[in-house]
Design a protein around this ligand. Structure first.
Ligand SMILES: NC(=O)c1ccc[n+]([C@@H]2O[C@H](COP(=O)([O-])OP(=O)(O)OC[C@H]3O[C@@H](n4cnc5c(N)ncnc54)[C@H](OP(=O)(O)O)[C@@H]3O)[C@@H](O)[C@H]2O)c1
Length: 280
């Protein structure tokens, strides 16, 4: 039995969906069961909050392997989750980490590396899926695209290789379902280096309308993220990573998706065209 956390999110929903299609036994840990109605009768649903160890203890009973999300800076509940998984006889944790874990000078990097180390210290078999920037980060642009045909960009012309959540999920499913001989760290990116202005050009073309890309400072980016509901600490960490992208520090393409799945990673153009209606 697999326990999938983050099953209502970009990556976790695809991990759960793929395992269900394979016919595997799946339990999802969700805060709101209504959000997983589409899998009714096909998955076990455990209601719980990763921030509160009293609510997730039972969800780990009888679980062989877990797909685990990082839900924030708090280490205590994360430690409690990993301890409980071990007590319950879980064999494997596949953790959704970040490529930034290679950069402990970044807050986002530390936040993921520290969690990886909790899993390593537990003695459980830990596998760390480290993606770069997600294509789904483009969802954050939808309000300003719809309101004023603008994307506010703190990353300048810095390039990175945005990756589709479903490709990250494919790597995670491979590790979850394999016999444990995969590498401990799997770095996952898309197949093409793109800047934000280039992604916006692609969206403009798909939508048949002109979207402007406006450069903004890290401070303005933090302000906008806080206004949209992100805690200040998280907004500052994200803006710090954006500055890394701006200076080209994440301009790297990794081969993991092709190696694991035998096919090329999804392009941004294809990913966006599949979701065109959301941006229109
Ligand atoms: N975005 C990037 O570019 C990027 C790059 C590298 C790594 N990452 C990693 O990927 C993660 C985001 O993955 P994603 O895009 O798939 O996530 P997402 O779509 O933002 O969804 C977050 C998921 O986590 C669940 N969740 C949040 N807090 C929870 C809690 N306290 N208890 C239980 N569940 C909780 C949410 O459930 P609800 O439906 O209840 O809200 C949702 O299913 C980041 O946090 C980071 O660790 C992201």
């Amino acid at each position: 039995m697999y326990l999938i956390t983050g099953a209502t999110g970009n990556v976790g929903s695809s991990v759960a969906g793929s395992l269900i299609e394979r016919g595997d036994k799946v339990r999802v840990l969700v805060r709101n069961p209504e959000k997983v109605e589409q899998w009714k009768g096909r998955v076990e649903v455990a209601t719980g909050d990763l921030a509160n160890s009293n609510t997730f203890r039972d969800a780990l009973s009888g679980i062989d392997a877990v797909f685990l999300m990082n839900r924030g800076p708090d280490k205590e509940s994360f430690q409690a989750f990993v301890d409980r998984a071990k007590t319950e006889g879980c064999q494997k944790i596949v953790f959704l980490s970040s490529l930034a874990a290679n950069n402990p000078e970044l807050s986002v990097g530390r936040m993921h590396k520290e969690k990886e180390d909790v899993i390593r210290a537990s003695g459980l078999a830990g596998f760390f899926v480290r993606p770069g920037g997600f294509m789904s980060n483009a969802y954050q642009w939808i309000p300003s695209i719809k309101a004023e045909s603008v994307v506010h960009n703190p990353m300048g012309a810095g390039q990175y290789a945005p990756v589709a959540p479903e490709d990250i999920a494919a790597v995670a499913v491979h590790v979850l379902t394999s016999d444990g001989s995969t590498e401990e760290i799997l770095e996952v990116t898309g197949g093409e280096l793109l800047s934000v202005p280039r992604q916006v050009e692609i969206l403009s073309r798909l939508l048949g309308s002109q979207i402007r890309c406006v450069d903004i400072s890290p401070d303005s980016a933090v302000q906008q993220m806080v206004q949209s509901g992100l805690p200040k600490q998280v907004a500052e960490a994200v803006a710090e990573s954006a500055m890394f992208v701006r200076k080209g520090a994440f301009a790297d393409v990794k081969e993991t998706v092709a190696k694991v799945t035998g096919r090329a990673p999804k392009t941004f153009e294809r990913w966006a065209s599949e979701r065109r209606a959301m941006f229109a």
